[in-house]
Design a protein around this ligand. Structure first.
Ligand SMILES: C=CC1=C(C)c2cc3[nH]c(cc4nc(cc5[nH]c(cc1n2)c(C)c5CCC(=O)O)C(CCC(=O)O)=C4C)c(C)c3C=C
Ligand code: FE2
Ligand code: FE2
Length: 325
């Protein structure tokens, strides 16, 4: 009999908010040729000679501001999402499907998690990356890790690989509900900024579909909320390195909005299903301060989908589509 598992795959996060733990994490992450596409002979000396000497301490200080007693928010939310999905599928009569979670970088690793599933007799795994929009640096890299595991024993497991879901109805519905809930509890801002993680502009020019998929999500969310074009804007955050990334950049856009006299802004990060360093520190702390410093009135950060029931329903919906196939 086929035993099936659903595997939620996320990016990964350091094991502790300390410079050595962040260095280990960044060495693996930024050493991945899918993430920094420069030739190795050029990039590896920069990575090991400069970046891994300076960035870990600075990033660790930022991680320390968001760390929880249970660990890094990205890990805590991913683990809880898996647990809730397991409960939801179980309550709908699907008790035989296992639900697991793993990280592309750091722990629990993709390979160790697949080993554990195989040891539990799983022969079919539905892989659901926690990246609604496809990018080479995230989705393709996660599937590189799955492919590397598969290569060791090609007959051990059959994989169903979900590519992306930028305008999946239940995902957009969960995002729209989260904005409406926020408006109901905190009031409605003058504009909704939808901030996505950026990637280098050059990757898009080489054919990466990421920017198009972010646009699909943003337009579907705006349509779901009935927003007029002047009531929302899509931006890109988390630029890394000196090259140009996708524009417009989030922080300068927010500062310009403040200078233009915008009284209140709501900010959502639809590409991050779980709150993490990039949302809790970069958006809710750094960008908030920049907006207020530039003369903006009120900055409202709308949390990621995290443990929302409608998001867990969306994950179950995607899982069931493939379970039934
Ligand atoms: C949501 C999708 C993501 C894309 C696309 C992405 C591309 C990308 N990221 C970097 C560099 C860094 N990203 C970092 C953190 C980080 N990135 C994502 C998601 C995407 N990245 C998440 C969810 C997180 C948070 C992890 C956490 O622990 O909370 C970091 C590490 C933090 C820091 O030192 O600033 C770096 C570095 C590149 C270069 C890139 C595409 C080319
Ligand atoms: Fe990133
Ligand atoms: Fe960042």
């Amino acid at each position: 009999m086929t035993k099936t598992a659903i595997l939620l795959l996320n990016l990964g996060t350091p094991d502790a908010p300390t410079a050595p733990a962040v260095r280990r994490y960044l060495a693996e992450f930024l050493g991945d040729p899918r993430v920094v596409e420069l030739p190795r002979w050029l990039w590896l000396p920069i990575l090991h000679g400069i970046i891994l000497r300076t960035r870990p301490a600075k990033s660790a200080a930022k991680y320390a501001t968001i760390w929880t007693p249970e660990g890094s928010p990205l890990k805590v939310h991913t683990e809880r999402q898996a647990k809730l999905l397991r409960g939801l599928l179980g309550s709908r009569g699907d008790k035989d499907t296992l639900v697991a979670w793993a990280m592309r970088y750091g722990n629990p690793s993709t390979a160790a998690t697949l080993d554990a599933l195989k040891n539990q007799g799983v022969t079919r795994t539905i892989v659901l990356p926690l990246y609604p929009q496809y990018a080479g640096s995230t989705t393709a890299s996660a599937y590189d890790a799955v492919a590397a595991w598969k290569q060791r024993d090609p007959a051990a497991m059959q994989f169903v690989e979900v590519r992306s879901y930028p305008d999946h109805k239940a995902y957009i519905r969960a995002l729209a509900n989260s904005v409406r809930d926020h408006w109901m509890n905190q009031g409605r801002g003058d504009k909704l900024v939808m901030s996505f993680h950026g990637i280098p502009k050059r990757s898009v020019e080489r054919g990466d579909p990421y920017a198009d998929e972010c646009r699909r999500t943003a337009e579907a969310l705006a349509a779901g909320l009935g927003l007029a074009p002047d009531k929302w804007q899509m931006t890109f955050q988390s630029r890394f390195g000196a090259a140009e990334w996708l524009q417009p950049y989030t922080q300068p856009t927010l500062e310009q909005m403040a200078r233009d006299g915008l009284k209140s802004v709501d900010v959502i990060c639809p590409g991050f299903p779980a709150d993490c360093l990039e949302t809790l520190e970069e958006i809710s702390m750094e960008c908030r301060e920049a907006f207020l410093h530039a003369g903006g009135g009120e900055f409202n950060y709308i949390p990621c989908l995290n443990e929302r029931g409608d998001w867990i329903e969306a994950l179950a919906d995607m899982a069931r589509t493939h379970l039934a196939a």
